[in-house]
Ligand binder design. Structure first.
Ligand SMILES: Cc1cc2nc3c(=O)[nH]c(=O)nc-3n(C[C@H](O)[C@H](O)[C@H](O)COP(=O)(O)O)c2cc1C
Length: 165
C-alpha cells in the first residue's frame, strides 16, 4: 500500500502540484502524485470509466491506503476538475482509507472551503478518517515559506503518514 497525492489543478504550472511534490518528499513512504489535468478530459466529463487512463487512475486510488486530495480554490470551492474525477470514482472509493484534504488559494477569506466544501465530499466517498485540513496561500508555495514547515510536519504526524525529513 502507498500514498496517492491527487492534484485537482487544471494549471500546467501548478503551485498545488509543487506543494504535493514537497509533501511527497517528506513522507518517507512510497508516494505518487496524480495530476488530474493529465487525464483525458472528454472521458472524464462523460464519465467513461472504461477508458484505460481513467481505469488506471481509479486503480491507483484503490491501491493506496492514504490519499491526499489537494485542490486550488476556484470560486470559493474546489475545482470542477476535482469534482469530475471524484464523480467517476465508485461508491465507497475511499472506504478504509485515511484522506488528507488540502487547498491552495489566493486569499485567506476562503480558507474554510477546505472544511465546508471539500471535507463533506470526501466523507461521502467513505473515507475512514479525514484528517484536519491544510490551507496554503499561493504566495507561500514557490518558494515554500518557512512558516509552512511546522504546519506540514504537524499534519504528517497527525495522519500518521511517516516521519518528516
Ligand atoms: C478561475 C480561478 C478562480 C479562483 N478563485 C479563487 C477563490 O475563489 N478564492 C481564492 O482564494 N483563490 C482563488 N483563485 C486563486 C487560486 O486558488 C490560487 O492561485 C491557487 O493556488 C492556484 O493553484 P494552482 O497554481 O495549483 O492552479 C482562483 C484562481 C482561478 C484561476
Amino acid at each position: 500500500m502507498s500514498v496517492l497525492l491527487i492534484s485537482g489543478s487544471p494549471s500546467a504550472a501548478s503551485r498545488t502540484v509543487l506543494l504535493l511534490d514537497h509533501l511527497a518528499g517528506r513522507l518517507g513512504r512510497p508516494a505518487t502524485v496524480l495530476r488530474l489535468r493529465d487525464l483525458p478530459a472528454e472521458a472524464l466529463l462523460r464519465g467513461d470509466t472504461a477508458h484505460p487512463e481513467l481505469a488506471r487512475a481509479t486503480a491507483q486510488v484503490a491501491a493506496a491506503d492514504t490519499i491526499v486530495v489537494a485542490t486550488p480554490i476556484y470560486k470559493a470551492s474546489y475545482t470542477g476538475l476535482l469534482k469530475a474525477f471524484l464523480d467517476v470514482l465508485p461508491q465507497g472509493a475511499f472506504a478504509g482509507k485515511t484522506v488528507v484534504p488540502i487547498a491552495t488559494g489566493g486569499t485567506p477569506a476562503h480558507l474554510l472551503a477546505v472544511d465546508y466544501a471539500l471535507r463533506p465530499v470526501l466523507s461521502v466517498l467513505g473515507a475512514r478518517h479525514v484528517t484536519r485540513g491544510l490551507f496554503v496561500l499561493d504566495t507561500q508555495i514557490d518558494p515554500l515559506a518557512g512558516e509552512l514547515l511546522p504546519r506540514i510536519d504537524a499534519l504528517l504526524e497527525e495522519v500518521p503518514l511517516g516521519a518528516a525529513a
